[in-house]
Design a protein around this ligand. Structure first.
Ligand SMILES: Nc1ncnc2c1ncn2[C@@H]1O[C@H](COP(=O)(O)OP(=O)(O)OP(=O)(O)O)[C@@H](O)[C@H]1O
Length: 266
């Protein structure tokens, strides 16, 4: 393990208060976070502690009132601050370098599984035939060969979530953000979907930032950060990547360690 690996995502001193929030309590207060390539980080905390807000600020969906988020995702890996981009540039950066998985999948109901995945490439200008070929490969890798022409309503919850995972990673994102990706699934299906999510992110040296209420799910990530009242109150290695369990905001697995950890999880 080395701490010299450059961060793919670096957040410093993030604060956010929503307009009209009761007593103007900050949803985030001075939160910092460093995520390195191939690292998996679970965000935990009580309801209302700021998990979703943090995820939205980290992914450039929501601007912070203070602080900064930098991503090192371009071909030269030079850090880019969301604050230096306009709305269109932020949207493009998200489209090309970030992936998203939500609790309910949020698949487009009128499209087939294949089309739901392919569309993530087509919005960036990839031709339909190429996009569908790559989508089929990713669905196959997630165990969904034969289900390409089914619509979301014809899939089980676990299958639909794997389609959502394929959609999130088909464009080769540097970071995948997942908000309660297994929250709507039973425990057996949840474990299989989590395997798929970890394999398709840290297994490809992408990073995973995942909000979850489930300690079992969180324990599969290399780190767990905990929020309380908008503050980051702990940041601990789990040992899931073979780490020594030391607590640090800046610890970093190397790529081989992360990949090996994923292999062990199968
Ligand atoms: N759009 C909004 N407008 C006003 N206040 C908001 C908004 N979104 C969130 N909040 C408030 O910000 C705080 C943090 O909310 P957030 O949704 O980030 O918490 P959370 O930890 O994700 O909660 P949960 O686990 O219930 O989803 C809460 O007090 C919430 O009421």
């Amino acid at each position: 393990m080395t701490t010299s690996v450059p961060a793919v995502l670096q957040a410093r001193d993030l604060s956010k208060t929503y307009d009209g929030a009761p007593q103007a309590a900050p949803a985030l207060h001075g939160v910092g976070l460093t995520v390195r390539p191939g690292e998996s980080v679970a965000i935990m905390g009580p309801s209302g502690s700021g998990k979703t807000t943090l995820m939205h600020v980290l992914s450039g969906i929501l601007p912070p009132d203070a602080g900064e988020v930098q991503l090192a995702v371009g071909s030269d890996s030079a850090p880019i601050a969301f604050s230096g981009l306009d709305a269109e540039q932020r949207a493009r950066l998200r489209r090309e370098h970030l992936g998203f998985v939500f609790q309910e999948g949020l698949l487009l109901p009128e499209l087939t599984a294949l089309e739901n995945v392919a569309v993530a490439l087509m919005v960036s200008g990839v031709r339909r035939s190429t996009a569908e070929q790559r989508a089929a490969e990713h669905l196959g890798a997630l165990g969904l060969s034969g289900w390409e022409q089914h619509r979301p309503g014809q899939l089980s919850g676990g299958q639909a979530q794997r389609v959502a995972i394929a959609r999130a990673q088909v464009a080769g994102p540097a970071v995948v953000f997942a908000d309660e990706p297994t929250g709507a699934l039973d425990s057996t299906t949840s474990a299989a979907v989590l395997d798929a999510l970890l394999d398709s992110t840290v297994g490809r040296r992408a990073s995973l930032v995942m909000v979850t209420h489930d300690e079992t799910v969180a324990a599969r990530c290399a780190r767990i950060v905990r929020l309380q009242d908008g503050r980051l109150v702990s940041d601990c290695a789990t040992g899931a990547d073979g780490a020594d369990g030391a607590t640090s905001a800046d610890r970093a697995p190397d790529a081989e360690g992360a990949a090996a950890a994923t292999g062990e999880r199968r």
